[in-house]
Design a protein around this ligand. Structure first.
Ligand code: TRP
Ligand code: ZN
Length: 876
């Protein structure tokens, strides 16, 4: 029998049934009563047949800052002993509850030593120290952000307490890899086939950046010499069979290190940088100081197993976590309300890095597509919140598209308003002023404003929820063009009346008669409405203006300009800004899908653009055919949303486009023979375009297309091609569908990340019933404890609104959530957020879903899920 601890405080029953989890407010922030100068941590892992737990001894050197109690947070810890300045404390010397340990009247200088027992082997929450994987795959690792450290030891676990760490880890030699933050200062063998390692992190850091790993892993090593001459050892750890999939990540790491030196003047500050790949992980990756931990999906990459999109994402996530070393780690958050201080800024930085790797226009298109697909719906839902929230129950619920993606858009607006040099001046000032500190969004704005005080007005973007709508029109009088712009933001329940925000509008004016670009400008809309005048345009007699607004998506707003369909078709062909060509197509196709506008102008413009564009920029050509998904269309509808109507329209429009452009597909595919795999922007563009052509050709009934699919599946040089053919077979019900699914399984069943694709393809199959999709969760390779696998299946269901929004869909989904709520509350809560736009549904569906949500509420116990359900039901 494993010795499972018994004296974990049992929950107070009155708390468990409470439907009012406690809210924490930004306005209540107070500085920490004690600081920690240093922590000595000793983690002894036991994983034998009869002994499965870890003993954690922490020695805290603490100094008083202000009057008050000494509070250490701790959750699910079995306290074995505690001493204060050498004296063992008895139960009457402190107060212990489920969340904390409090010592009243503590002296000004405290040496506190605690010994606790934890059980990583049964920790399915993937927070704190946990076991990831089973059998030969088993390893132990940590996830501390935001509040996981308190599941390892008693500690003032808040981001504004910064300390140096010394970490000793001890385990059986079956776990040869023992890692923690910083530099390795000692290691050795112990009796009983055990060993240890001691790591010292010289940089003061908050506890959320702590990490350690005990595992049996291979390592890929490399070196980087920084601009300051520091020789940095780079190590990428993964399971033995995956180590060859680490080269892309390693190159991306070196590229990121160089990019941050070149673009922000930031060099790496330690002698070692480690990345560890873990198969069970709640999010993408984590920026722990000097020891990043990555979801395997965000670090492993090989042409045979990884699609171009995921390969590209690997580079972006590597960059993101590396960039956190300055924006997040060296300068961290004062409190968790400031999360977007590090996340928004860091996402902006990784997006800029990605722009440098391939086409900036396509990168911008993909980032805006993500914003529109994830953040706009969130901002329109009952879960709407500002990028910097002012209250929360469970901070894990605020790692959202609004904090990350809208947060990045705000920094981008500031960067564009300032221009390159002044923005660099501002970021230099930020790093100079706040290095080593825990700061706020106001601090960031104040540093970025050194060269231009008007930047401070962007604070309202951080504090106000809701997506602004930018409306406008123009008039021509006396040879002057007057552009009228106005803004409006919906009032979100619980927030003050919306204010006008500073909206930078990047724009251009074209001459319809010649297709020529006549003017480019950046105007700033500061008030509810304003007019901007342009003259000198009408010198040419044939001048007929077409205005193009919001180039490069210069602000995160809904654009409601009174373009005619012909204006949009013109811009699809003649805009010189690649992003705005795409945006024009999107505006037009949205009118067709949502307002039943006719397809003529759109199809004519596609016919005129695609043949040439597919030669010069096949990636952009592929993106030009993007259609908002059924799910995204659904979230653009505020009331009486009927999923089957949306689906019917979506299918009809796509089919009409495919048929009208049949000749294009017919001639395009022949020019796209499969060639050897290359990891370049050009080759990725060709593969993206080829897959779009294949899909459209099958839809249009091009007679050769079935053969193209077969050849592509059989001769695929990489996963993008093989999956493209498989997706086509599934989407179009080709006779090879079952055979290829079986073949795919045979080829790749040993590779978890490819199996996620296999599950995903089937969960996204429009022919599958709700029951078919849930049947995937009974497959022998399904594992509810692996978030990637759960998401692969449930993501497919969420992508099919006609299925999720049925009684069976919602009820089965919520019953899985009840199970997950006990195992992994973070994942459960995020998946329930996927149902947040329920309140826009048509009446009968709406009341059905509401009933199901209310019923499920009673069966949920985590703070995470309770807060989410409560917001979904109440914040309407
Ligand atoms: N800070 C991480 C990032 O953005 C993400 C993160 C936050 C996370 N909380 C987490 C990762 C919990 C895993 C689990 O890069
Ligand atoms: Zn991040």
């Amino acid at each position: 029998m494993p010795d499972v601890p018994t004296n974990i405080p049992t929950p107070d029953p009155s708390l468990k049934n409470s439907n009012q989890p406690q809210k924490i407010y930004l306005k209540d922030y107070t500085p920490p009563v004690f600081s920690v100068n240093h922590i000595d941590l000793n983690i002894e892992l036991f994983d034998g047949a009869d002994k499965k737990h870890a003993t954690v001894t922490a020695n805290l050197d603490m100094t008083r800052n202000t009057a008050g109690d000494l509070v250490l947070f701790g959750r699910e810890l079995q306290l074995e002993s505690i001493t204060l300045n050498g004296k063992t404390l008895s139960e009457s010397d402190y107060q212990l509850d489920q969340e904390s340990l409090t010592i009243v009247n503590a002296p000004d200088n405290c040496q506190i030593t605690t010994v606790v027992t934890i059980v990583p082997q049964t920790n399915t929450s993937l927070e704190g120290l946990y076991q990831a994987g089973e059998g030969a795959d088993k390893m132990f690792c940590t996830q501390c952000e935001p509040e996981g450290f308190r599941k390892i030891t008693f500690y003032p676990d808040r981001p504004d307490v910064l300390a140096t760490f010394t970490t000793r880890i001890e385990a059986d030699k079956t776990y040869p890899t023992l890692l923690a933050n910083g530099n390795l200062i000692d290691q050795g063998e112990l009796a009983g086939d055990r060993h240890f390692a001691v790591w010292q992190d010289p940089t003061k850091k908050p506890s959320y950046l702590f990490a350690c790993v005990m595992a049996d892993l291979d390592v890929l090593t490399d070196q980087y010499v920084t601009s300051e001459g520091r020789e940095v050892l780079l190590e990428l750890y993964a399971k033995h069979e995956n180590i060859e999939q680490c080269h892309v990540g390693m190159q991306a790491l070196k590229d990121s290190m160089k990019w941050d030196e070149d673009n922000y003047g930031r060099a790496y500050d330690l002698d070692r940088y480690m990345i560890v790949a873990v198969s069970q992980f709640n999010m993408g990756a984590m920026e722990n100081k000097g020891l990043n931990i990555f979801n395997t999906a965000c670090v492993l990459s090989s042409p045979e197993t990884t699609t171009d999109r995921r390969n590209f994402n690997v580079k972006a996530v590597i960059a993101h976590e590396y960039f956190h070393n300055w924006t997040g780690n060296r300068i961290t958050c004062r409190d968790w309300f400031q999360l977007c201080l590090k996340e928004g800024f860091t996402v902006f930085r990784d997006q800029s890095f990605s722009e440098s790797l391939h086409s900036p226009a396509v990168q911008r298109i993909d980032d805006v597509a993500t914003l529109r697909a994830a953040q706009f719906p969130e901002d329109a839902s009952p879960l709407a919140h500002p990028p910097r929230p002012d209250h929360f129950v469970e901070i894990n619920n605020f790692y959202t598209a609004t904090v990350y993606e809208k947060g990045a858009e705000i920094v981008r607006m500031i960067a564009n308003t300032l221009g390159k040099d002044k923005f660099r001046q501002g970021t230099d000032e930020y790093f100079r002023r706040y290095d080593g500190q825990a700061v706020t969004v106001e601090d960031l704005l104040s540093a970025l404003s050194v060269a231009d005080p008007s930047i401070e007005t962007f604070i309202d973007w951080y504090t106000q929820p809701g997506t602004p709508t930018l409306s406008g029109y123009f008039t021509v009088e006396n040879n002057r063009l007057a552009l009228s712009l106005s803004q409006q933001t919906r009032q979100v329940a619980g927030y003050p009346a919306p204010k006008a925000l500073p909206i930078p509008v990047k724009m251009a004016i074209f001459n319809r008669a010649t297709g020529e670009l006549a003017k480019e400008d950046l105007v700033l809309l500061k008030d509810d409405s304003q007019s901007f005048e342009f003259d000198g345009l009408f010198a040419k007699a044939d001048f007929d203006p077409v205005v193009s607004l919001l180039r490069d998506f210069s602000a995160p707003v809904q654009l409601n300009f009174n373009y005619s369909n012909d204006d949009l078709a013109f811009l699809m062909q003649y805009e010189t800004n690649g992003f705005n060509r795409w945006q024009a197509a999107q505006l037009l196709v949205n009118r067709i899908l949502l307002q039943n506008a006719d397809t003529d102008a759109y199809i004519t413009a596609l016919k005129a653009s695609l043949p040439a564009l597919s030669e010069t920029d096949p990636m952009l050509a592929a993106r030009l055919l993007d259609m908002p998904s059924e799910r995204e269309l659904g979230s653009a509808i505020q009331t009486d949303y009927d999923p089957s109507q949306v689906r019917a329209r979506h299918q009809a429009v796509k089919k009409a486009v495919a048929v009208e452009l049949k000749d294009i597909w017919q001639s395009a595919y022949a020019k796209l023979p499969i060639s050897a795999y290359e990891d370049t922007a050009e080759a990725m563009g060709v593969r993206a375009w080829r897959n779009v052509v294949l899909d459209m050709a099958l839809l249009a009934g091009v007679s050769d297309a079935k053969h193209w699919a077969i050849t592509q599946y059989q001769q695929a040089s990489c996963m993008t091609e093989r999956l493209g053919a498989l997706n086509a077979a599934v989407a179009h019900g080709l006779p090879q569908k079952a055979e290829w699914l079986a073949d795919f399984y045979q080829r790749f069943h040993h590779d978890a990340l490819v199996m996620d694709l296999w599950f995903g393809v089937q969960a996204n199959d429009s022919q599958a019933s709700v029951a078919d999709i849930f049947a995937l969760t009974s497959h022998q390779d399904f594992d509810i404890n692996t978030p990637n696998r759960v998401r692969a299946v449930l993501g497919g269901l969420l992508a099919q609104p006609t299925k999720i929004w049925t009684q069976q869909g919602v009820e089965q989904y919520l019953s899985m959530m009840q199970d997950l709520d006990k195992r992994n509350p973070l994942l459960a809560s995020r998946l329930i957020q996927g149902l947040s736009n329920w309140n826009a549904l048509v009446a009968d569906k709406k009341s059905m879903v509401k009933q199901a949500l209310i019923l499920s509420q009673a069966n949920m116990s985590s703070k995470n899920v309770k807060e989410t359900l409560q917001s979904m039901l109440n914040n309407l």
